[in-house]
Design a protein around this ligand. Structure first.
Ligand SMILES: Nc1ncnc2c1ncn2[C@@H]1O[C@H](COP(=O)(O)OP(=O)(O)OP(=O)(O)O)[C@@H](O)[C@H]1O
Ligand SMILES: [Mg+2]
Length: 406
């Protein structure tokens, strides 16, 4: 049960918040109702809120952003509560200032019922990730990458993230570090409001709550940290920034899957060095495979580490190369072979719903197998019969997913 405090004298905001709190399926209850605005918060009110010890505070700034101080004092005095803040429409800078002050969610006027409910649901889901003060999780980081564009890195990474979530029920974060395209978010069907750039810019003051507010959640419960939609103006991350970013992710999530992209940069090298598992996606083309053999031999010699595990993607019979030939030629075993299935893969990307959460295709089954390998002994139970179907058509609107297929 989520204890909620409502601080607002605005009829519209009160109506929406009370509707959410009183809706039985939201598992919430009203612990305290204060009819004032954020700039009317005095110490006495803050004391009352502290005593109520809420999980969620609905706080109204009114029509001026002047109540931002109220956010700060509540987030300091009641650090365990998540703040869902309503107020005037803000510039990007104003919005960041409000998030910096401690808001988990910001709702600009005029309020929409759907957005208010989604903000509440995101807040509640985040709280389930990890209660403040809990010991760090130290999750397992798996980076999927390639030496060549278009092999299927994003397809494997997004599906693996959903597979891990489905198989273990644990908290999974997909981090899109492929520079400057944001394609993993599209494939997951989420509309990111922030990217890893926001996380990096806020390192100096980041805590669990702020970090979680930069993430989106897909229908299966996988959290997503997006990459910027355009590479323009985005600086290369330093090794230190990558170390901090990956540390932050693995502190709060059981599994972190990184879409490392297909550009062999220093950035990718640093991420690979920090990863527990490295999955290299290859396609069955002889010239690429020849280069790959050299790269794998070199990798082994230089790093003294196990070479990455190989995922052969877009494989089909009749290419003049069997998967056995490829293993023999490379001198390395293939961890996974995924068939070429144009229709399913493209459709799942276009509707923003990874194949693993859609159906029981060969690709879905094989990625679940990969998930079992990555999750090792941590699989609580096999997915229940019909479990996956819960994600089918689970109410994603085209508007929310921004889906491309019309
Ligand atoms: N197994 C598959 N069968 C058929 N098509 C596939 C398969 N895997 C990926 N594709 C297609 O290949 C294209 C590239 O896939 P994806 O975006 O996953 O690759 P990527 O390596 O992440 O590419 P990029 O280098 O652009 O980031 C997509 O159009 C996708 O539909
Ligand atoms: Mg990609």
């Amino acid at each position: 049960m989520f204890d909620c405090v409502l601080i607002s004298s605005d009829e519209g905001f009160r109506h929406l918040a009370l509707g959410i709190i009183r809706e039985p399926t939201n598992n919430a209850r009203l612990a305290l109702d204060i009819q004032t605005l954020a700039d009317g918060l005095d110490q006495e009110v803050v004391q009352q809120v502290m005593q109520a010890n809420p999980d969620v505070i609905f706080l109204d700034l009114g029509v001026e952003p002047s109540g931002a101080g109220g956010i700060q004092s509540l987030s300091q005095e009641v650090p365990n509560a998540a703040l869902v803040v309503g107020g005037p429409a803000l510039s990007a800078e104003g919005l960041l200032a409000v998030m910096r002050a401690g808001a988990s969610e910001y709702l600009p006027r005029p309020f929409s019922q759907t957005e208010t409910l989604e903000a509440f649901q995101r807040t509640v889901k985040r709280r389930k990730v990890k209660a403040p003060g809990q010991a760090p999780t130290l999750g397992k980081v798996t980076t999927v990458f390639s030496a060549k564009g278009g092999t299927g890195v994003t397809t494997v990474a997004t599906n693996l993230a959903v597979a891990l979530r489905v198989l273990t029920g644990k908290e999974v974060l997909l981090v899109d570090l492929a520079p400057g395209l944001g394609t993993a978010s599209v494939a997951m069907g989420v509309h990111p409001r922030y990217t890893y750039v926001d996380v990096v810019h806020n390192f100096h003051r980041i805590d669990e709550e702020l970090f979680l507010s930069f993430l989106e959640i897909d229908d299966s419960g996988v959290h997503v940290l997006a990459s910027p939609l355009s590479p323009m103006g985005v600086n290369e991350l330093s090794e230190e920034e990558i170390r901090s970013l990956i540390g932050l992710c693995r502190n709060q999530f059981d599994y972190v899957v990184v879409d490392g992209g297909s550009y062999l940069s220093n950035r990718l090298g640093s991420v690979l060095g920090l990863s527990d598992e490295r999955l290299l996606v290859v396609t069955p083309e002889l010239p690429t495979l020849r280069n790959l053999k050299q790269a794998l031999d070199l990798y082994g010699r230089e790093n003294g580490k196990e070479p990455p595990k190989l995922v052969l993607n877009q494989y089909r019979d009749g290419l003049g190369l069997t998967s056995r030939d490829i293993e023999d030629g490379l001198g390395h075993r293939l961890t996974l072979v995924l068939d070429k299935d144009d229709q399913r893969v493209l459709q799942s990307i276009n509707v923003g719903r990874p194949e693993v959460s859609v159906g029981k295709s060969r690709i879905a089954k094989k990625i679940l197998d990969l998930g079992r390998k990555v999750a090792d002994a941590e699989i609580a139970a096999e997915p229940r019969k019909g479990f996956l179907s819960r994600f089918r058509g689970s109410g994603k609107s085209g508007e929310k997913t921004g889906k491309k297929a019309k």
